[in-house]
Design a protein around this ligand. Structure first.
Ligand code: BES
Ligand code: ZN
Ligand code: ZN
Length: 488
């Protein structure tokens, strides 16, 4: 539980009180707190440098069992992300110490020259995101997450920002959901199981959840989507989560790639390339988890999550290179490579979305290309759109949330790389380079809406290394980004 409160933190009887400290400047107004920090800084062990930390027990005048002084570095270097990192790292440490209840003191936003909204929100976010463990399959569960995290703030700030704690907790629990789904192994999230997991999440919510099964998809003509599932013993689905409030001002559709395992199909991936491919449904996890948060936050917009869900496997029934399939919009696609399956399922999902919902804005999210990871690395997503304003708005949300995005080009002349001799288009570009761009250009052939953006999250969706406020596995990347885009 995340709680923002006013009052004297020094009088709070908790297990640990966390005091962020700058290396070069005082960032508090309360004299007692300033005095404690001044005396702690006299110790050689602690100067307030970034990641510096000292724990003092039973300090006179402090009711908390221990005070953890945490370094923020130089005041000029403090920003939303350094605050998130500090809070996340401290929470991870406190989990390791088997604590249950801790509280942070908020530095003075005027002294930091950062809006309180940002200071408070970032500490809450970092703390909440750090308070996560994925130990579903560990028999000997060693640690437990913290039960309660408090943030002491000024009474005036509390009044002005009522509900901020609940909002942050709702959005971060969306990120936790996405992390769980992505970290879950593919044998536990076959398409059949995954659509049921999603169903459970939307039970008792304001969201209407429905699933299109294979017979319906066949009748509709979703040949591209169905072709990917052919090699798998699981079927293809489109899961739909619809948040449709009475007073909706506009409709935004989130389309998410949901490949529960990407073996590559007959164009089989290497052992190394396949190892992390349980993450290939991260786009759908982002979409689904964002809808879950939106169902609680209840903005005045209709938000629809459209999640095409399949498994990409090789078998005697599998899709072959050279096969030609017909997509929902009628365009024929020659299969240049069965491992370029994400664009096939998205092609049909995008057509379906446009046709059935006529949304004002469509954003698709997908672990689409290795090329995007080559271009932007493991921490930054690629944003592709013909609508400059929309792309910039997404990039801005990336800056706000620390889920960084970089706008990529959509050059018209690269489209010729997708030419096929035998069909309307090939799912594989003829050149070797610019794979994330040609993938986006392929998708663009299946969308008419000018307000469409594609976000390639192949890099940041999953990591085998722990992040500053994340454990190894799914990162939940995109949920905070989309929530910021949707509700600001
Ligand atoms: N799921 C992969 C992309 C991916 C790579 C996601 C690394 C996460 C991390 C996608 O389906 C794929 O295999 N793409 C191919 C496309 C190629 C065959 C045109 C790729 O990127 O190599
Ligand atoms: Zn693939
Ligand atoms: Zn894939």
């Amino acid at each position: 539980m995340l709680i923002m409160k006013a009052g004297n933190p020094l009088k709070s009887k908790i297990e640990a009180l966390i005091v962020p400290v700058c290396e070069d400047k005082n960032i508090y107004v309360d004299k007692e707190i300033i005095d404690i920090i001044t005396s702690v800084k006299k110790l050689k062990e602690f100067s307030g440098k970034a990641s510096d930390e000292i724990i003092l027990y039973d300090l006179p005048g402090v009711s908390a069992k221990r005070v953890i002084f945490a370094g923020l570095g130089k005041i000029g270097e403090v920003n939303a992300e350094t605050l998130r990192i500090l809070a996340g790292q401290i929470v991870k440490k406190c989990i390791g110490k088997e604590l249950k209840r801790i509280a942070f003191i908020t530095p003075d936003s005027k002294k930091l020259k950062i809006d309180f909204q940002v200071v408070g929100k970032s500490i809450l976010e970092g703390a909440c995101l750090g308070n996560f463990i994925f130990d579903k399959y560990i028999s000997d569960k060693k640690s437990k997450i913290l039960e309660k995290i408090e943030l002491f703030v000024d009474a005036k700030d509390l009044k002005k920002n009522k509900g901020l704690d609940l909002q942050v907790e709702t959005i971060c629990s969306g990120a936790h959901l996405a992390r769980e789904w992505v970290s879950n192994p593919s044998n536990a999230k076959t398409p059949e199981k995954y659509v049921e997991t999603l169903k459970d999440v939307f039970k008792n919510s304001d969201i209407k959840y429905s699933v299109l099964k294979e017979d319906k998809l066949k009748k509709m003509g979703c040949g591209a989507l169905l072709s990917v599932a052919k090699g798998s013993s699981s079927s293809a689905f489109i899961a739909i989560a619809d948040y449709n409030p009475k007073n909706a001002k506009k409709t935004i559709a989130l389309v998410g790639k949901g490949v529960t395992f990407d073996a590559g199909g007959l164009d089989l991936k290497s052992a190394e390339g396949m190892r992390t491919m349980k993450c290939d449904m991260a786009g759908s996890a982002t979409g689904g988890a964002t809808l879950h948060a939106i169902g609680i936050l209840k903005p005045d917009i209709r938000v629809i999550g459209i999640m095409p869900i399949v498994e990409n496997m090789p078998s005697g029934d599998a899709l072959r290179p050279g096969d030609i399939v017909q997509s929902l919009c009628g365009k024929t696609i020659e299969i240049g490579n069965t491992d370029a399956e994400g664009r096939l399922i998205l092609a049909d999902a995008l057509s379906y979305t446009e046709k059935n919902y006529k949304p004002d804005v469509i954003i698709d999210v997908a672990t689409l290309t290795g090329a995007c990871v080559v271009a932007l690395g493991e921490k930054i997503a690629g944003v592709f759109s013909y609508n400059e304003k929309l792309a910039q708005k997404i990039v801005k949300s990336g800056t706000n949330t620390g889920e960084r995005c970089w706008q990529m080009p959509m050059p018209d002349d690269y489209k010729k790389l997708l030419k096929s001799e035998f069909a309307d288009i090939s799912n594989m570009a003829s050149g070797k380079w610019g794979g994330s761009i040609t993938a986006a250009l392929f998708l663009s052939e299946f969308v008419n809406n000018k307000n469409w953006a594609h976000i390639d999250i192949a890099g940041p969706a999953f990591s085998m290394k722990p992040g500053e406020y994340c454990t190894p596995g799914g990162t939940g990347f995109g949920v905070r980004l989309l929530c910021d885009y949707l509700i600001g």
